[in-house]
Design a binder for this molecule. Sequence first.
Ligand SMILES: Nc1nc2c(ncn2[C@@H]2O[C@H](COP(=O)(O)OP(=O)(O)OP(=O)(O)O)[C@@H](O)[C@H]2O)c(=O)[nH]1
Length: 203
Amino acid sequence: MSGRRVDAKVVLLGQEGVGKSSLVERCAHGRFRAGPYQNTIGAAFVAKVMSVGEQTVTLGIWDTAGSERYEAMSRIYYRGARAAIVCYDLTDSGSFQRAKFWVNELQNCEEGCRIYLCGTKCDLLEEDRRKRGIDFHDVQDYADEIKADHFETSSKTGQSVDELFQKVAEDYVNFSAFQVMTEDKSVNLGQRSSPYFYSCCHH
Ligand SMILES: Nc1nc2c(ncn2[C@@H]2O[C@H](COP(=O)(O)OP(=O)(O)OP(=O)(O)O)[C@@H](O)[C@H]2O)c(=O)[nH]1
C-alpha cells in the first residue's frame, strides 16, 4: 500500500469512546476487537480501496482521538478532508452534543467537506431499546438541516458499516464527476484540481 495515491481524505470525529477506531477496524479489516478500550492517541491512518462501478477509489481515512485534550490536533486532521464521519454513541445523548460541536467546526472551516452523521453501537439498542439516548427522528431532522447523510451502525455486528463507507466513496466519485463536468463547461483555465497525494503509512 505504501506510496499508493489517496483520492479522498476522510476524517472521523467525535467524542472519546463513541467507537471511531472500531468503525475503522470493521471497515478496513472486517473485525471487531472486544476487550479493554484503548483510546487513540493523536490519530491513526488507514487507506481503503473501494470500488464504485468501474472505478477504484482509495480513501485515506484518519481516525482522530476523541479526548478533548487532542482537540487542537483533530483540527489539523480535518483540513482538506472531502468527507467527515461525525460519530456519536446512540446510547449517549452527551456524545450527540459533541457531534454538533464538530459539525459547527466543519461548517465554519471546511466548506468542501461532506458530513456523514454516524450513530454507533446500534447492537446495544437491539439488546434493549430503552438504551437509546437520542431520538432517531431528531437526528434525522438535524441531518436534513445540515444536509448530511445519517447512518446507524454497529462495528460489533457490522451493521451498515460497509454502506456508510460505500456512500462516502460514491459521493466522492459522483461529486468529482460533477466538478469535471462543470469545469469543462466553464472557461478553460488550463488547470484542474488535482487529487490529494500522501505518502501512506499503513498498519
Ligand atoms: N457494543 C458495541 N461496542 C462498541 C462498538 N463500537 C465500539 N464499541 C466499544 O466502545 C469502546 C470505545 O471504542 P473505540 O472504537 O475505541 O472508541 P473511539 O471513539 O475510537 O475512542 P477514542 O480513541 O478515545 O476517541 C470500546 O470498548 C469498544 O469495544 C459497537 O458497535 N458496539
